[in-house]
Write a protein that binds this ligand. Sequence first.
Ligand SMILES: [Zn+2]
Length: 78
Amino acid sequence: MSHSECRHLLLSQSEVGHVSICAGCGQVHVSLQFVTLRLEPEAFRAMGQLLTEGLLRMDTLPRGAVEGVGAKPSGELH
Ligand SMILES: [Zn+2]
């Protein structure tokens, strides 16, 4: 793989990792603590939708349906 003109633009960042896109090769880098995923932009978009949908579903599970998951007590940080 030649990355002669890799130039990473930071897209988002939090305590769990960061997402950047390479202006040279166009790949999206999803960097978590122990793993980095490199995805085509369309694959990243599809993954984002997948994750968002999963998250929405998880947050609508009835409290108690899954251990530790469900409606969160408001104001609780961890
Ligand atoms: Zn690159």
